[in-house]
Design a protein around this ligand. Structure first.
Ligand SMILES: NC(=O)c1ccc[n+]([C@@H]2O[C@H](COP(=O)([O-])OP(=O)(O)OC[C@H]3O[C@@H](n4cnc5c(N)ncnc54)[C@H](OP(=O)(O)O)[C@@H]3O)[C@@H](O)[C@H]2O)c1
Length: 326
């Protein structure tokens, strides 16, 4: 028996229950991993609330780093003692030990601390596909990143800035401004105090931005469209404030805009894409080109408090949950 968080019904953070679970032995194609660190991601909130569906009961969590404790029959390429990460389309990470499909795991370079790896993999791979594949950021572009001091936002700003773009970031509080500047934002807008559309208009002298990376959704979507240049790209990749209202095609026709609602799972749809993307993120961490702010750690058993703080916009950078057995 090990401890894990279990969810029996959708709802607030209180539905996250800390319980004993049976782990068992890995079957063909699987490995068993004792977790050292578990990444907290906003998607965990969507699943808990039932915005994204899964079968109940379930163990939440899409991102964890740990040590392999058993390898399924006939599986090659993995051994007990390997340090591996799982990040993506798989639930069960909020556990001391769990069984995962080996095809979804990647090796973690020994130079990267497991806590750092668990804080950066999903968020860094998201930043990678957003700036390198979904819309290719180039020198001379002006980009708008909402929630710039958040987990993904922090890495997205660093990456876009390193590609030569002028980065405009939005944050909710004065306290989050310094990190956004440190992460390469040339302009920071406190969107709870100023109208970000007016501020972007001023910053760009009325010409608008090439691309908006909008993970906030409902509260920012319409304003984001207004910030775009003609033929600009609206990338709506999350909904931390709620699902945006439906968009009539006429809203895009006004400036010949592009609109996409991308998902990491479709940009890392094959094993090759996953490994390439993960390795690129790890290489950037190793070289110091990506700096990860692990600003908050909680015991895994306190996941409910971590969820409450993430939803209350009290966090910045990455949040990591640590099992007692790590
Ligand atoms: N499409 C994909 O494949 C993909 C992959 C990974 C993540 N995502 C999305 O990226 C976003 C960021 O994820 P993350 O895990 O790094 O979280 P995060 O950015 O660390 O946390 C969410 C942030 O959103 C901002 N926010 C604005 N309005 C909010 C509201 N009403 N309630 C809560 N937060 C609000 C807050 O920043 P301020 O306080 O500065 O406003 C908050 O800190 C999420 O929307 C997530 O779904 C998408």
């Amino acid at each position: 028996m090990v401890k894990a968080i279990r969810v029996y019904e959708n709802g607030g953070p209180e539905v996250l229950k800390w319980e004993d679970v049976e782990v068992g032995e890995p079957k063909e194609g699987e490995i068993r991993v004792r977790n050292k660190a578990v990444g907290l991601n906003f998607i965990d909130v969507y699943y808990r609330k039932g915005i994204y569906k899964t079968t109940l009961p379930y163990t939440p969590g899409h991102e964890a780093v740990g040590v392999v404790t058993a390898v399924g029959p006939r599986l090659t390429g993995w051994k007990v003692g390997d340090i591996v990460a799982i990040a993506g389309n798989w639930l069960s990470c909020y556990s001391e030990e769990h069984i995962i499909p080996a095809s979804s795991a990647v090796y973690v370079p020994p130079s990267i601390d497991p806590i750092v790896a668990a804080s950066v993999l999903i968020k860094g791979m998201t930043a990678q596909f957003l700036v390198r594949r979904c819309f290719k950021v180039e020198p001379g572009h002006t980009v708008l990143v909402h929630a710039a001091a958040g987990g993904v936002g922090s890495l997205l700003c660093q990456w876009a800035s390193s590609l030569g773009a002028t980065v405009i970031g939005t944050v909710s509080t004065e306290k989050k401004v310094a990190q956004a500047v440190e992460d390469g934002c040339h302009h920071v807008i406190i969107y709870t105090q100023e109208d970000f559309v007016t501020s972007v208009d001023k910053i760009t002298s009325g010409s608008g931005v090439n691309v908006v990376y909008d993970s906030v959704g409902k509260d920012t979507f319409q304003g984001s469209l207004a910030c775009l240049k003609p033929r600009g790209y609206m990338i709506s990749f999350g909904q931390s404030s709620g699902t945006p209202d439906p968009v009539p095609l006429s809203a895009l026709a006004a400036k010949s805009l592009f609109l996409t609602r991308p998902s990491l799972r479709w940009y890392n749809a094959t094993r090759d894409e996953l490994v390439e993307c993960a390795n690129e993120v790890f290489a950037k961490v190793e070289s110091g080109a990506l700096r990860v702010h692990v600003n908050h750690t909680y015991p895994l058993s306190h996941a409910a408090q971590a969820h409450a703080d993430l939803e209350a916009r009290k966090t910045s950078g990455s949040v990591v949950l640590i099992p007692d057995t790590a």
